[in-house]
Design a binder for this molecule. Structure first.
Ligand code: PMP
Length: 356
């Protein structure tokens, strides 16, 4: 049976990328060794790293004002690393909490500095009291997105943004941000590392206190750090090349809107059989939560049946109190695969209504 993977991350990868990777796992670039055996001291690795950074910058349209690099560890690692690199224990920061991931970030950051939590964008304050404002552009667990970023555009401090589950699916004006982070386990690649995009001016920040080496951005920036997570960066290199060939960021911006609009339209027209509770202006284009007949039991029945039909990863995130379903529509998930899933949903609905 053909499997279609709707997981939120790690997520579906394109078959063509996996085919190249499977060859390189045995014999990378005719070297006779596996990509997993490649030493990070070799020119081959340094070239691969540089090429991946160049292609990622091209794909994401990263401006000259910003530097990008990969760092070991996932998005969670950066909740602490951001504080270690950008502020001191005397700092005060503002965190907009809109869901599970920004809440987690706020708790973690409060171990390093004073955190002021705000729950509504309109309550954010543009004050030089704060070193920065932090928010999450797309809350993966509930599927809540700031579709056009924040309207809040501070001039007295900078913005730090978690774009883990949205970067690469829409055009973003990177110039507006001090720092953007995205773990590689979604659109970009596989788990193991995180992409950090930072305004160059922030990277010369002097107020750094005794940063533990595993939190310090500097050794990753100048490639003198611990052994890099080679496989996740290598996979990102393959993925990004493919995404450029397919039409780049504009193509995926359009495609993610087509896919998510199609899906929301289907559930909105299901006469309440499938329900999404997120306000329309905040509906995510990459992670969509829904319940079946507003019932936890029927939603579980649905995810089990979906699995039997080859559609995996459709259950809710463990933290979501709605306990329904969730699908993720990242870039490697094709429109045709979504259409197959919608056809399955329709036949589930018809069968359910016939039998009840
Ligand atoms: N932020 C968001 C929005 C996420 O979706 C995730 C992970 N799914 C994280 C942060 C944490 O990333 P990681 O699991 O790589 O630590």
């Amino acid at each position: 049976m053909n499997i279609i993977n709707f997981s939120a991350g790690p997520c579906q990868l394109s078959k063509s990328v996996l085919e190249v990777a499977s060859k390189d796992i045995i014999n990378y670039n005719q070297t006779g060794i596996s990509i997993c055996e490649l030493s990070h001291h070799t020119e081959l690795w340094k070239d691969l790293y540089k090429e991946t950074i160049v292609n990622t910058s091209e794909f994401l349209q990263i401006p000259e004002s910003h530097e990008s690099f990969f760092m070991n560890g996932g998005g969670t690692h950066q909740f602490s690393a951001i504080c270690c690199n950008l502020c001191s224990s005397r700092s005060k920061i503002q965190v907009l909490v809109t869901g599970f991931w920004s809440q987690k970030a706020a708790s973690e950051m409060s171990k390093f500095c004073k955190v002021v939590v705000v729950n509504k964008e309109s309550d954010l304050v543009d004050s030089c009291e704060y070193d920065f404002t932090y928010y999450c552009e797309n809350e993966t667990t509930i599927g809540f997105e700031f579709r056009n970023g924040l309207n809040f555009n501070p001039i007295n401090h900078f913005l730090v943004c978690d774009m883990c589950s949205i970067l690469g699916s829409k055009i973003v004006d990177i110039k507006k941000y001090g720092v953007i982070l995205s773990s590689l386990s979604k659109n970009l690649g596989i788990s193991g590392s995180t992409l950090i995009i930072a305004n160059k001016e922030l990277l010369s920040y002097q107020n750094r206190e005794n940063i533990p080496i595993v939190m310090d951005w500097a050794p990753y920036l100048n490639l003198t750090g611990p052994t890099p997570s080679i496989m996740s960066i290598y996979m990102t290199g393959l993925n990004v090349k493919r995404m450029i060939e397919r039409g780049g960021l504009q193509y995926y911006d359009d495609l993610s809107l087509v896919k998510s609009n199609l899906f929301y339209e289907y559930i909105d027209n299901s006469n309440g059989f499938y329900v999404n509770n997120i306000p329309k202006q905040h509906r995510s284009r990459t992670n969509i939560t829904f319940s079946v007949k507003d019932s936890q039991n029927i939603s579980s029945l649905f995810t089990n049946k979906a699995k039997l039909n080859g559609f995996i990863g459709t259950a809710h995130h463990p933290s979501n109190p709605d306990k329904g379903c969730r699908i993720s529509l990242y870039n490697a998930l094709e429109l045709d695969e979504l259409t197959q899933f919608i056809n399955f949903m329709e036949s589930f609905k018809i069968d359910f209504e016939k039998n009840s």
